[in-house]
Design a protein around this ligand. Structure first.
Ligand code: BGC
Length: 768
């Protein structure tokens, strides 16, 4: 979103006319939903609204928070992610932006792109995935869609905002690796590939510092390294110290507060804030305003067309988790028991600031009846409070017996998935579990359809033959559920998160949501499948899993330098879509796994990491090739010592298939460590690091050790060579260089040691 020369001139002209007081007015919005404006100099007032899965524009002067204009409610991010399709996100984003334009809204407060770290986070339904690569690609698609219609998108909540408990004060204690490998990359992709116009900083602190005040996160990473040239807005009421936030690069406070503007002015007058800092921010605001002017008049959008987009999205998002004995698709023309209050009042979105007033909602039972052309017996099974009774269960059991087959609608109630609150457990309501157990006991052909934006424990999983997860699929879910159950649509959704067996298995168990404000991210980089796969744990349904009514065969793989080409064939009888997934597994020479007990130089690496995906549609018998391009980042880890990513040279196994636990195609490729930073050797460098760090040439390590070791060992050293089994080093591999000063009893001085180290460092640099 670079300003062109003419716009720059206009902005310069306005800025030169503005008083300092007026500039400070630009540090916050005009009110809760409006950017700052300045009539005197012709700067109009622009509106911003939530988001993200539909427009949430408050009805003027309305009392209730849910009184918003009618808008199409699309699948929430956690559902949309199951389509693994950035172009679908783009289409949904474009449709939402058209509704923004129709309502003269210039910025949509979304997408939400935080990492689903624990299934308990109350806002998981608003987020895409546990995997940063997938979350980033999908968010970038959504942003491109929104911005293609001239509306600004706002990536939120930057960053490490993966819980709701104590969200205004909590501090995520996160390692540098987890920060850079797990929590930041989706935002980086949103900036680099989505060119997002705005970023919303989160409420929480990261390692003790409020994000809005973090120069490192905002000025260094977001702006300098990733090239973000849009504006940073605070989450609503997230500002702690406005002057500190301004200095760190936070441009806009929302909603505005008089007290903070006064504080800024006082700090400016006291010389604590420079005019140049203020100007830079005002410039960014003006650039946003003049590139996102609303339409002069409201004009209606095509609600039918958008409902069709919502329907298409819903059909792509649902995940067939289980289908034994070909219970699905349902045969047409037989009686069907439809059980569960959710069939009449389905869950299709979550609670809080993303809540949309849908233009319409599809009733599932109507669509089931339309598809079935036969008797439908409805039994509610549980009441609105999600409680059941002997009578309600008996009625459901009778309906199932009478029809000989049943579909039960169950899942998480809205109460448990809402902004500002985390879940306490991973269970479904007791009533839902009891109902499913009772019906499944008398009706072998029982299908469960689940709703919810996060995984739940399913104690009855082995007792029902089929489960369809509908997530929170937006207003057009009714028809989508019916068409999938009856096979008019072949399901193709794949889980964008692992469904664990039980809460105790999850990576954050025991320390989510933290003690008071201290939230220890003890699982480190092992989030989601990175945790379960590295530990070889059994899960309920793995990351990337999703069944189809057809079958696919993975028949060939070819890896050549930066390209991997695989062949996939539809071996079944129906047309279908498959999400082809590529994971990278570091072989031992690309990792020294200190995490698993072999403590030596190196970086612990998860068992495998998603590095590519592609959705293909295949007719029966058809075969297609899919090519993935690999880049350096895919083989890199965050190296705290270099404060940057570092590509680790070595061998990697490329694994391709239809889920993280079903990867039949394998190929090995060697990556060079070409972009590695030059290491710096110090007196506290560990001996084994000298020998194992592939960036340190053997001759440099050898010369240094020869200067450090006692003379009687040098001869042996020269013979045995520079390796860890060298008898000269036995027991000393974990020593740091300076310890030889102690061990050599005065024969090695600090000066000698430093001279040898300086020589080694010089040689490393010369080599570079
Ligand atoms: C939420 C944001 C939202 C904002 C405005 C905040 O409480 O965290 O996601 O955009 O309110 O409604």
């Amino acid at each position: 979103m670079k300003a062109n020369a003419e716009l720059r001139r206009r902005i310069d002209a306005i800025l030169s006319e503005m008083t300092v007081e007026e500039k400070i007015e630009f540090s916050a919005g005009d009110d809760t939903w409006h950017a700052p404006s300045l009539e005197r100099l012709g700067v109009p007032q622009l509106m911003m609204c939530d988001g993200p899965h539909g427009l949430r524009k408050r009805v003027p002067n309305a009392d209730g928070v849910y009184e918003t204009v009618k808008a199409t409610c699309f699948p929430t991010a956690s559902a949309l992610a199951n389509a693994w399709d950035a172009s679908l996100c783009e289409k949904v984003g474009a449709a939402i932006a058209e509704e923004c334009r129709a309502e003269q809204v210039s910025m949509l407060l979304g997408p939400g792109m935080n990492i689903k770290r624990s299934p308990l986070c109350g806002r998981n339904f608003e987020y895409y995935s546990e995997d940063p690569y997938l979350a980033g690609k999908l968010a970038a698609g959504f942003i491109r869609g929104v911005q293609s219609r001239g509306v600004a998108a706002c990536g939120k909540h930057f960053c490490v905002n993966s819980q709701e408990t104590r969200r205004f004060s909590s501090s995520a204690r996160v390692s540098a690796r987890a920060l850079h490998e797990i929590y930041l990359p989706a935002f980086e992709t949103a900036v680099r590939e989505g060119q997002v116009a705005s970023i919303m900083h989160s409420y929480n602190r990261v390692n003790g510092e409020y994000v809005g005040e973090s120069k490192t996160l905002i000025s260094e990473f977001l702006r300098r390294r990733w090239g973000f040239d849009g504006f940073v807005v605070s989450d609503w009421n997230a500002v702690n110290n406005r002057t500190a936030a301004y200095k760190a690069g936070t441009d806009l406070e929302m909603p505005p507060t008089k007290a903070r503007k006064a504080q800024l002015l006082a700090d400016y007058r006291a010389g604590k804030l420079s005019e140049a800092t203020i100007d830079a921010s005002v410039r960014r605001m003006l650039q946003f305003i003049f590139t996102h002017l609303p339409d002069a008049e409201k004009r209606p959008f095509d609600a039918d067309a958008h409902h069709r987009v919502a329907k298409e999205a819903a059909e792509e998002c649902m995940v067939l988790l289980k289908n034994c004995k070909k219970v699905l698709p349902l045969r047409v023309g037989e009686p069907l028991a439809v059980i569960g209050g959710f069939a009449k009042a389905p869950r299709f979105q979550g609670g809080g600031s993303s809540h949309v007033q849908p233009t319409r909602v599809e009733d599932i039972t109507t669509f089931l009846a339309e598809e079935n052309h036969a008797e439908i017996c409805f039994a509610s099974g549980y009441d609105e409070q999600h409680e059941t009774s002997d009578e309600l269960i008996a009625e459901a059991v009778e309906a199932a017996k009478h029809c000989g087959r049943a579909v039960i609608f169950a899942g998480l109630p809205e109460m448990s998935e809402t902004e500002g609150r985390d879940r306490r457990h991973m269970r479904l309501p007791e009533a839902h579990n009891a109902l499913i157990e009772a019906v499944a006991a008398v009706c072998p052909r029982t299908v469960v359809v689940l709703f919810g934006g996060s995984p739940a424990e399913l104690p009855w999983v082995d007792k029902v033959p089929a489960i369809l997860h509908a997530y929170l699929c937006g207003q057009a879910l009714g028809g989508a559920v019916a068409r999938i159950l009856f096979g008019r649509v072949n399901p193709s959704g794949k889980l964008a998160e692992t469904h664990p067996l039980r809460l105790e298995d999850t990576p954050t168990y025991g320390f989510f949501p933290g003690s008071g404000d201290a939230c220890f991210y003890g699982e480190d980089i092992y989030v989601g499948y990175r945790w379960y796969d590295t530990r070889k744990m059994e899960v309920l349904f793995p990351f990337g899993h999703g069944l189809s009514y057809t079958t696919f065969a993975y028949t060939a793989i070819e890896a050549d330098k930066g390209r991997v080409t695989v062949t996939v064939k539809n071996t079944g009888k129906r047309r279908g879509k498959e999400v082809v997934q590529l994971y990278v597994h570091a072989l031992p020479n690309a990792v020294t796994d200190s995490y698993l007990g072999n403590s030596s130089f190196g970086f612990a690496r998860p068992e495998q990491e998603l590095r590519g995906f592609s959705k293909v549609e295949l007719a029966p018998g058809e075969e297609k090739q899919v090519t993935f391009l690999l880049d350096d980042r895919m083989f890199s880890v965050w190296d705290e010592a270099c404060n940057d990513f570092r590509k680790i040279g070595g061998d990697y196994e490329l694994r391709v298939g239809g889920s993280s636990r079903d990867l039949p195609l394998r190929a090995v490729m060697t990556a060079d460590g070409s972009d590695e930073r030059v290491p710096v050797i110090t007196e506290n460098t560990v001996v084994e690091d000298l020998l194992l760090d592939s960036r340190i040439p053997k001759e440099v390590a050898e010369e240094l050790l020869t200067a450090v070791l006692p003379p009687e060992r040098v001869a042996t050293f020269a013979e045995a060579g520079c390796n860890l089994n060298n008898p000269c080093l036995r027991g000393r591999a974990s020593a740091v260089l300076r310890q030889y000063i102690d061990w050599r009893g005065g024969a090695l001085s600090y000066d000698d040691l430093h001279a040898a180290i300086d020589r080694a460092n010089r040689r490393l640099r010369e080599k570079k």
